[in-house]
Design a protein around this ligand. Structure first.
Ligand code: THU
Length: 157
């Protein structure tokens, strides 16, 4: 028997202004996307922005439904839209932010398991690491690749 350990490295920034220019642009796009959230049931507004290798940004937000499971998270709305509208472009980063009552949540928005799995798929499709920015009002976390949020990724078929 061998004990093993997985370590995850990530960076914490205090403000959006402390981010590199490209990350700042993506974080601001996610904040903008949050304004289009349709969340009449949870009141939890989430915005996501995906950046392609050429710098183009595609935005998405959570879209809820009276039949709850028919709704979709912001990350998957953005990722599916990005892949469907630019099928031949590689994605290089995604930023996510959540808010309530018009205010950005103080802690970074951490994506649900299903969204992590979908991020992993588009990272594989893109053939390169996808950076993940989790934006909060009080701190921002930057992960260099989806694997850091989903260790031992399932992508075997
Ligand atoms: N939500 C997201 O948009 N992304 C996540 O990663 C977690 C949750 C949305 C789904 C639902 O509209 C609301 O937040 C409350 O769960």
């Amino acid at each position: 028997m061998t004990n093993k350990e997985i370590k995850i490295a990530y960076r914490e920034y205090e403000t959006i202004d402390g981010l590199e220019a490209e990350d700042k642009a993506l974080a601001l796009a996610a904040i903008e996307a949050m304004k289009s959230a349709y969340a009449p049931y949870s009141g939890f507004n989430v915005g996501a922005a995906v950046m392609f290798e050429d710098g183009e940004i595609i935005k998405g937000s959570n879209q809820e439904n009276a039949a709850y499971p028919s709704g979709l998270c912001a990350e998957r709305t953005a990722l599916f839209y990005a892949s469907a509208s630019r099928p031949d472009k590689a994605m290089k980063a995604i930023a996510i932010v959540a808010g309530q009552n018009g205010d950005i949540c103080s802690n970074p928005a951490t994506p649900c398991g299903a969204c992590r799995q979908v991020m992993a798929q588009y990272q594989t499709k893109s053939g390169r690491p996808m950076r993940v920015l989790l934006v909060g009002a009080d701190k921002i976390w930057r992960f260099e690749k989806v694997d850091d949020l989903l260790p031992l990724i399932f992508d075997s078929i």
